[in-house]
Ligand binder design. Structure first.
Ligand SMILES: *[C@@H]1O[C@H](CO)[C@@H](O)[C@H](O)[C@H]1NC(C)=O
Ligand SMILES: *[C@@H]1O[C@H](CO)[C@@H](O)[C@H](O)[C@H]1NC(C)=O
Length: 468
């Protein structure tokens, strides 16, 4: 069905434009290199859209679980992310934002009356004993540091995972997991800086964390959908949703929306984004508790019809957000090129065995130290995206290190771009990268080599290229 809509868009817009857009893919679960050359570091994130830009705001986990920073990235297409900077950073020797503190699930909404961007976050001690929320504000969404206002327990209750929701009427709500009683929807004051009154709008007497709330309006009536996870620590479970036509209820029973037993495709809800055009995207974290920095993003389209919500797993998909966007689509057909079998080696790179790689082999010794610069060149790559196509490549790889490795990826002799490859802990991982300048036909060449001063690159199992 989605393919059919895409095809009609193709005939209206003309082939070159629409195929270029159609090739921009989200690759759930992979290393996702941002404009700064590193894996997106915005875990437990939320998104706020300002004008036509999406701002992704989440936790920096590059040094483990303790608070380091709340980062912001911007994008117009949900695929290419520009690092905007840290909105909050660890400060001093004590206090909420000091060393060995927990700051999780930052979420930002805009207050039309005060004209402030308001951030709420979970604030805790390292043993999760404080169980509070914190508030910070800024005049710009991601133009600089937020002013931290302090922390408290909402309605005097423990508060751990939280979410934030701004309704169409300008009223906003804190979603908070109160360990003793359940999940609460608490109304915010008109300036969004505190809880209004002394009672919750609704209390779900169920142990649900990582809440996210969505409202869809159709034919004048709105319906709310709340999503969340059961409490299983860093490990994923089958996340659930409930729906209602009023925030105060009655709410439906909790039901699963991903395949039963899949543990929500090994992820935990953090946000649900309505990005327009009838597109709603689930945003989850695939936490890697032993190496949090390598945690990845499971973003998938939600299919919502009345009270029914479902979500299928996909290796990649096309969100079609932004200019000329439309309805999301399944990925086009893809072709794989084996690093070791179809590649040409230079600079000391060579075939290595890799038990989990396709064919049991990979192209190894990419990059290097002390002046070596191993590279693998893969030629004969087919693209039907027209001249100069912009396409997401998937590089399947292995990195046995704890920290990231980097490579320079160059297409048809163009300037190389820095791509990150997070540690894969013995598995084959995927790193996605948007490249420009593919040619129509089979005359495309991709070179993967060492990034300047970047040491060894990943072992390249194969490169996956959308055909169109
Ligand atoms: C959004 O657009 C308005 C009106 O043009 C402008 O005043 C505002 O600065 C823009 N916001 C951002 C974050 O660019
Ligand atoms: C390796 O070669 C590529 C070009 O193929 C270049 O972009 C990169 O900077 C080189 N890396 C090192 C470490 O010299």
């Amino acid at each position: 069905m989605h393919h059919r809509r895409l095809l009609s868009a193709v005939s209206i817009l003309g082939l070159a434009t629409s195929t270029a857009l159609a090739a921009l893919q989200i690759v759930p679960g992979g290393t996702w290199t941002a404009s700064n050359g590193d894996h997106l570091n915005a875990h437990g994130a939320g998104v706020i859209r300002v004008n036509s830009t999406f701002y992704l705001i989440g936790e920096d986990k590059s040094q483990g679980s303790s608070f380091l920073a709340v980062n912001c990235y911007s994008s117009v297409d949900l695929v290419q992310w520009k690092y905007e900077g840290a909105l909050l950073s660890r400060t001093g020797t004590s206090g909420d934002l000091g060393p060995n503190r927990i700051i999780e699930r930052p979420k930002v909404i805009y207050n039309d009356q005060t004209r402030k961007y308001v951030m709420w976050m979970h604030v805790d001690s390292s043993n999760y004993g404080d169980a509070k929320v914190g508030v910070a504000t800024s005049d710009t969404v991601c133009g600089g540091k937020y002013e931290y206002k302090g922390s408290f327990r909402p309605l005097g209750m423990e508060s751990r995972d939280m979410g934030l929701f701004k309704d169409d009427d300008g009223k906003a709500y804190l979603l908070t997991e109160d360990r003793k009683n359940g999940l609460r929807i608490n109304p915010l004051s008109p300036d969004y800086l505190s809880i209004s009154g002394s009672t919750s709008t609704h209390l779900f007497p169920t142990a649900i964390e990582s809440p996210a709330l969505l409202k869809l309006s159709s034919s004048g009536t709105g319906r709310y959908y709340i999503f969340g996870s059961h409490l299983t620590g860093w490990d994923p479970n089958d996340n659930v949703y409930a729906t209602a036509t009023s925030l105060s209820g009655p709410w439906s029973d909790w039901q699963i929306f991903a395949d039963k037993g899949s543990n929500t495709y090994a992820s935990q809800t953090t946000f649900v984004l309505d990005y327009g055009g009838g597109n709603v995207m689930y945003m989850g974290d695939r936490w890697k508790s032993k190496n949090l920095q390598t945690s990845s993003y499971i973003w998938l389209p939600l299919e919502i019809s009345g009270t029914k919500v479902t979500m299928n797993n996909r290796g990649s998909w096309v969100p079609n957000a932004g200019t000329g966007g439309g309805t999301w689509a399944a990925s086009p057909a893809e072709t794989s090129y084996e690093g070791e079998a179809q590649g040409k080696y230079a600079g000391g790179a060579k075939e290595v065995s890799c038990s989990k790689c396709s064919g049991g082999k990979a192209a190894g010794y990419i990059g290097g130290t002390g002046g070596t610069n191993g590279s693998v060149t893969i030629s004969g790559i087919q693209s039907n995206g027209g001249e100069g196509a912009v396409t997401t490549l998937q590089i399947r790889y292995v990195n046995g290190d704890t920290g990231p490795r980097y490579a320079a990826v160059s297409v048809n002799g163009g300037s190389p771009q820095k791509v990150a490859f997070e540690g894969t802990a013995g598995e084959v991982g995927v790193s996605s990268v948007v490249v420009r300048g593919l040619r129509q036909g089979s005359g495309n060449t991709i070179v993967v080599s060492g990034w300047e001063g970047g040491g060894w690159g990943p072992d390249v199992d194969r490169v996956v290229v959308p055909v169109q």
